[in-house]
Design a protein around this ligand. Structure first.
Ligand code: OAD
Length: 244
């Protein structure tokens, strides 16, 4: 793979880097990206119409089942070489922060330490009413499980459209983004704020911005290096080129 020599030497000397990942990083594991067309029972809905508090209020069972299907999918797949290359980067770069929009937990399963999960995690569940996390729940398949504390309906602990991101996660992401020398935007369409603005903040702070994606995105005209292709191929090639 032809990787820019300038980027390779920059990374060799890099002390502080941050990476933002999106659904594209898990695509090669067999997790459909967020904006891929839906299949089966959910083909008639747009993901944007299911991932909202209003959708859950209107059709709690439909939304619960959609996440149950996605949870089962995430559980049944394994991290891919892109996830593992990010683990390797964290070992090589003194200060490396991994920020993800993915809720599938695959970065942690691959072994990445201290992942900042901006949009939550599909394996965790909390009460829609009182917000209390549910350590365990029992679904009978017929109805949405309820909170042991208040009887409210349980929901996945992910960030829905119109909801605030977890403040500590967001603050940590901003701090790493402002401090980094190199910022990676990997497998994300860059359409959802505030995650999408991180790359711009990094650039304004003087960082070199590197994008890895199958397709150009709205960010592409702004980046210093656009590496077009699959993250599961480009990231391992980059790690090998830089650190051997
Ligand atoms: P999207 O589905 O919007 O975008 C996936 C991106 O990955 C696209 O730009 C693809 O071109 C790219 N892609 C696909 N396969 C790839 C591969 N093998 N290697 C590299 N790139 C690849 O997913 P996100 O950008 O993650 O939030 O979406 C961001 C957020 O939008 C999601 O976290 C979700 C949604 O709102 C919430 O649910 C809160």
């Amino acid at each position: 793979m032809n990787l820019p020599a300038e980027l390779v030497s920059l990374l060799r000397a890099c002390q502080r880097a941050a990476a933002l990942t999106g659904a594209g990083v898990s695509q090669e594991s067999g997790v459909p990206t967020f904006r891929d067309s839906q299949s089966g029972l959910w083909a008639q809905y747009r993901p944007e119409d299911l991932a909202t508090p209003e959708a859950f209020r209107r059709h709690p069972k439909l939304v619960w089942d959609w996440y149950a299907m996605r949870r089962a999918r995430a559980d049944s797949v394994a991290p891919n070489p892109g996830h593992y290359a990010l683990v390797a980067m964290a070992r090589q770069i003194a200060d490396f922060t991994l920020i993800t929009q993915n809720v599938d937990g695959l970065h942690a399963r691959a072994g990445s330490p201290n992942v900042i999960e901006l949009h939550g995690n599909i394996r965790r569940v909390k009460c829609f009413d009182c917000g209390k996390p549910a350590a365990e729940w029992h679904g009978d398949g017929q109805s949405v499980p309820t909170c042991a504390a208040c009887g409210g309906l349980l929901r996945p602990d992910v960030v829905w459209f119109g909801e605030r991101l977890p403040p500590e996660a967001l603050e940590a992401a901003w701090a790493a983004t402002r401090a980094c020398q190199v910022f990676f935007s990997i497998g994300t369409s860059g359409l959802v704020q505030p995650a999408a603005s991180l790359a711009h903040v990094a650039k304004e702070g003087g960082a070199t911005v590197v994008e890895i994606n199958l397709e150009p995105t709205p960010l592409t005209p702004w980046v210093d290096f656009f590496l077009r292709g699959k993250s599961g191929q480009i990231l391992p090639a980059l790690v090998t080129a830089v650190w051997g």
